[in-house]
Ligand binder design. Structure first.
Ligand code: SF4
Length: 769
C-alpha cells in the first residue's frame, strides 16, 4: 500500500472501535435512531438529578440497567429538551472515585475501608458518648437539596425525634432560604405561585439576578417559546448570557437592587400605575409601604444604582397594569446580605400591579437545587414537616399525633442555622458534625474558615457517593451512598411539581441509598420503632402525604408513585377528593386559624370519585386572590436598605461577583467534573472576567495568569478580558474551588443565607519565579 492509500485509509476508516461505536440503528419505544450497541429492551422516565427545573429523562434500559438516556418528549416541563448536564446524567455514576465501602481514617491519617457494622457501631458509640458528655446540642448535621424528599424526611425524623439532636441544616440555606422566608412572610406560606407555562404567556418578563440561559436552560427555552413577542428585561450588574439575549438590560451597581425596586414602586405609585382594586382587596400594609417608598425618588435611586432617571421611568412604565408581567429571581437576589427584603420588594411590585394569579404573571422565585422545595417542606430543620412551625404548639401536636410520638420531645424552636452551627463548632460547643451529600469545604462562603473550623471537630462524618470530595478529604468517617439513578423517591421542582427518582442502575460495592443508611442508623441507635411503617421510600411518602393534609401544600390526592408517573408529575396542592378542597389553590381558601401560617380546610365529607380524576397539568396559585395569612391577604413587607458589608477600598478596589460558569457545570463539580463531555464545554482553568479598561490600566492581557486576592485568601485564575463586567468589577465562576477562599461571610439577617455575590478584592499580575 503506498503512502497515499495509507493516508486515505486513516481518514476514511470503515472498521474499528470508533466506527463501530457510532453505528446507529432504528430504536424501539419511539426513540428514533439510537446507537446500535446501546439498544434498550425497555424504557422508563425519571427526573434529572441536578437543577430544580425538574426535567424528565427517558432512561433506556437493557436487562433492567440504564444504558443510555434521552429527554422525555411527553413531560410538561421540558417537552423533549435537556441541557448538557441532563444528557450526561449517567456518566458520574461510573466514576472511579465512587465510595464503595465505609471508610475510617486511621492513625496514619489515611482512609481505609471498614465493614458497615464497624462503621455504624463507631458512628453510634461516638455520637452517643459525645451527647452524654456535652449534651444534645453538641452534635449537628448538614444535609442537602439533592436527595429525595423521603430521605430528607427520614433524616429529620431520625435526628430530631430519634437521636434527640437539636441542630441540623442543609445546603438549601445557601440556595433558597431567602425565598422561603420571603414567601412565608409575604404570602403566609412558602409558596412559589407560578407554573412554567407563565414563561410562555407573559408580555413582559423581568429577571432579577438570574441567568437562566445557562443556569436554567430549559426554563429559558420555555421563554423562547413565548409567542407574544415579549419584552425581556434583565437586571444584573453583569452582561450575562441572558442579558445579551434580552430586549433590555439594566446594568445596575452591585447590590443596589433593593433601592431600585423601591424606586420603581415609588414611580408606579406616584404615576398611578398600580392596580388599586387588587391592592385594596387582596393585600395589607399598603399605606405603610407607600410611606416607605416616598423617599426613593428617581434622583436618589439613580445615584445608588447608576441608572439614569429616564431609564428608571422607562422600566416602571413596562410594569404598568394592562400587560401580563412576570417577575423572576434567583441567586443574585437570594445570596445577598438583604436578600429577603429584596425578594419581598419584587413580590411587592407584583402585588402593586395586580400581577398575581393570572397567566403570564407572578412574583416567581426560580429554585436552585433539584429538591430544595422538598427540603423546605419536609426536612424537619427550620420547620416541622408540611411547612409547620416549631414554635406552634398545635403544629407540634399535629405532627406528633400523625407520627405516633410524644409531642413533648419536639423542640419548641428551630435549631441553629448553617453559619451558627459552624460558629458552634468554632467555639467548641458542637463537637461532631454529620455532612450528607454536600461539599462545604468547597462551597461554604469564606472556605478557609470552614476548613479551620472543621479541624476542631472530634468527629466529622461525610455521607456521599464519592470518597474524595473536598469535604470527605477532611472526614474521620465516610459512609458510601447511592447516587441519583441508584435509588427512588420524590423530588419537587420550582413550580411545585412532584416527580420521581427511580432506581435504574446498581449502586457500586456496598454503597446504600441514604434512605436505608438512615434506617440502619435508627436500628443501631435503638430508635427504629420511629420508622415501623416506613420500610420503603413509598411508604414514607404516604406518611408525608398524611402530614400534608390540610396544609397549603396538601398532596394527599396523590395515590402512589404510579400516579405521579402517569400524570407527568403533579403540582401541589392536590388534596384528596374526600376533601372539600380541590385541585386548584384558586378554590382552596385560607382559613383564619389564628396562626402565622394558614391552613386549607381539613378533609371532610366522603364523596367517592366515580370517574378518574382529571388533573390540570399546569396550575398556578392565588387565582382567587386569597393568600395564606389568617386574613387571606398578602402583606407588603419592606425595610431600609443596608450598607454593603464589605465595600471596596483603595487596597481592595474591585467588587468580585460570582455565579454559574456554564450550563455544563453543577455547583462544586463533584458530579459534572466526572464527564469528559461536560469538561469540554467549560474552561479547564479558573477564569476571572475583567473589563478591558481595567485590564489595560493594570497591563493584564487576555489569557495570562493573575492572582485575585481578598482579605481572606487568594485565587489564581486566567484573565478573561471582556466588557461583560463593568469597570471596577470582576466575575469568577463559582465552580472553581479557589473562589470561596475570597468570598466574604455576611448573611441576610432574616434567612441567614450567605451573600456570595459581592466582596472586595484586588487583582495582581502573577509574579514570575
Ligand atoms: Fe437537568 Fe436542570 Fe438540565 Fe433539566 S435543566 S436537564 S433538570 S440540569
Amino acid at each position: 500500500m503506498d503512502l497515499k492509500d495509507k493516508f486515505a485509509g486513516l481518514m476514511r476508516q470503515r472498521k474499528g472501535r470508533l466506527t463501530h461505536e457510532m453505528v446507529l440503528a432504528p430504536g424501539k419505544f419511539g426513540l428514533g435512531k439510537t446507537p446500535e450497541r446501546l439498544q434498550p429492551d425497555s424504557t422508563t422516565s425519571m427526573i434529572c438529578g441536578f437543577c430544580s427545573t425538574g426535567c424528565s429523562l427517558k432512561i433506556h434500559l437493557k436487562d433492567g440497567k440504564a444504558v443510555n438516556l434521552t429527554p422525555d418528549p411527553e413531560y410538561p416541563v421540558n417537552l423533549g429538551m435537556a441541557c448538557p448536564k441532563g444528557w450526561e446524567a449517567l456518566t458520574p455514576l461510573k466514576a472511579d472515585d465512587r465510595a464503595t465501602m465505609p471508610m475510617l481514617r486511621g492513625e496514619d491519617g489515611k482512609l481505609a475501608p471498614v465493614e458497615w457494622d464497624a462503621a455504624l457501631r463507631l458512628f453510634t458509640d461516638k455520637l452517643k458518648a459525645t451527647i452524654a458528655r456535652h449534651g444534645r446540642e453538641s452534635v449537628a448535621f448538614l444535609s442537602t437539596g439533592q436527595i429525595p424528599t423521603e430521605e430528607m424526611f427520614m433524616l429529620g425524623l431520625l435526628t430530631k425525634f430519634g437521636m434527640g439532636l437539636v441542630h441540623g441544616d442543609a445546603n438549601t440555606r445557601q440556595c433558597m432560604a431567602t425565598s422561603h422566608v420571603a414567601y412565608k412572610q409575604s404570602f403566609g406560606f412558602d409558596a412559589p405561585p407560578f407554573t412554567y407555562k407563565d414563561y410562555e404567556e407573559s408580555d413582559v418578563l423581568v429577571f432579577f439576578g438570574a441567568n437562566p440561559c445557562i443556569a436554567h436552560p430549559i426554563m429559558w427555552e420555555r421563554v423562547m417559546m413565548n409567542p407574544r413577542k415579549p419584552e425581556i428585561i434583565v437586571v444584573d450588574p453583569r452582561q450575562t448570557e441572558t442579558a445579551l439575549a434580552a430586549t433590555r438590560h439594566y446594568a445596575l451597581q452591585p447590590k443596589s437592587d433593593l433601592p431600585l425596586l423601591y424606586g420603581l414602586a415609588h414611580i408606579l405609585i406616584r404615576e398611578g400605575w398600580i392596580d388599586q382594586a387588587y391592592v385594596d382587596a387582596h393585600t395589607s400594609g399598603f399605606e405603610a409601604f407607600r410611606e416607605h417608598v416616598k423617599t426613593f425618588e428617581p434622583a436618589f435611586v439613580g445615584k445608588l444604582t447608576g441608572l439614569g432617571q429616564a431609564a428608571l421611568l422607562e422600566f416602571a412604565k413596562s410594569l404598568r397594569p394592562g400587560k401580563r408581567v412576570s417577575l423572576w429571581w434567583t441567586m443574585g437576589v437570594n445570596q445577598s446580605h438583604e436578600g429577603v427584603r429584596t425578594a419581598q420588594a419584587i413580590i411587592n411590585l407584583a402585588l402593586l400591579t395586580g400581577n398575581m394569579g393570572k397567566p403570564g404573571t407572578g412574583a416567581n422565585s426560580i429554585t436552585g437545587q433539584v429538591n430544595a422545595m422538598g427540603s423546605r417542606l419536609f426536612s424537619n430543620t427550620t420547620g416541622l414537616p408540611g411547612g409547620r412551625n416549631y414554635q406552634d404548639a398545635a403544629h407540634r401536636k399535629e405532627v406528633a399525633d400523625i407520627l405516633g410520638i410524644d409531642a413533648a420531645i419536639i423542640q419548641q424552636k428551630p435549631g441553629l442555622a448553617y453559619d451558627q452551627i459552624l460558629a458552634g463548632v468554632k467555639e467548641g460547643r458542637i463537637k461532631a458534625l454529620w455532612v450528607i451529600a454536600t461539599n462545604p469545604a468547597h462551597s461554604w462562603v469564606d472556605q478557609e474558615e470552614f476548613r479551620r473550623v472543621a479541624a476542631n471537630l472530634e468527629l466529622l462524618v461525610v455521607q456521599d457517593m464519592y470518597h474524595d470530595t473536598d469535604t470527605a478529604q477532611l472526614a474521620h468517617l465516610v459512609l458510601p451512598s447511592a447516587g441519583w439513578g441508584e435509588k427512588e423517591g420524590v423530588v419537587i421542582n420550582s413550580e411545585r411539581r412532584l416527580g420521581l427518582f427511580k432506581k435504574v442502575y446498581p449502586a457500586p460495592g456496598q454503597a446504600l441509598a441514604d434512605f436505608y443508611i438512615f434506617k440502619l442508623i435508627a436500628k443501631y441507635w435503638g430508635c427504629e420503632s420511629l420508622f415501623k411503617d416506613m420500610d420503603t421510600p413509598e411508604q414514607a411518602f404516604h406518611t408525608m402525604s398524611r402530614l400534608s393534609v390540610g396544609r397549603p401544600c396538601d398532596f394527599s390526592g396523590i395515590e402512589d408513585y404510579k400516579m405521579i408517573d402517569r400524570e407527568g408529575g403533579i403540582q401541589w396542592p392536590l388534596p384528596a377528593l374526600t376533601s372539600k378542597a380541590t385541585a386548584s389553590a384558586a378554590t382552596v381558601p385560607a382559613s383564619d386559624n389564628g396562626n402565622a401560617s394558614a391552613v386549607i380546610p381539613a378533609a371532610t365529607g366522603s364523596a367517592a370519585p366515580t370517574a378518574p380524576r382529571k388533573i390540570v397539568r399546569e396550575r398556578r396559585l392565588f387565582e382567587d386572590g386569597r393568600y395564606y395569612h389568617p386574613d387571606g391577604k398578602a402583606k407588603f413587607q419592606f425595610g431600609p436598605p443596608q450598607p454593603i458589608p464589605e465595600p471596596v477600598t483603595p487596597e481592595f478596589p474591585f467588587a468580585l461577583l460570582t455565579g454559574r460558569g456554564s450550563s455544563a457545570q453543577w455547583h462544586t463539580n463533584t458530579r459534572t467534573g466526572k464527564s469528559a463531555v461536560l469538561r469540554k464545554l467549560y474552561s479547564a482553568d479558573s477564569l476571572v472576567e475583567i473589563h478591558p479598561e481595567d485590564a489595560s490600566r493594570l497591563k493584564v492581557v487576555a489569557g495570562e495568569w493573575v492572582i485575585v486576592r481578598s482579605l481572606r485568601g487568594q485565587a489564581r485564575a486566567r484573565a478573561a478580558v471582556a466588557s461583560t463586567v463593568q469597570p471596577g468589577q470582576l466575575f469568577m465562576p463559582m465552580h472553581d474551588v479557589e473562589v470561596n477562599r475570597l468570598t466574604f461571610p455576611s448573611y441576610d439577617p432574616h434567612s441567614r443565607q450567605p451573600s456570595y455575590k459581592h466582596c472586595a478584592v484586588r487583582i495582581e499580575k502573577e509574579k514570575a519565579d
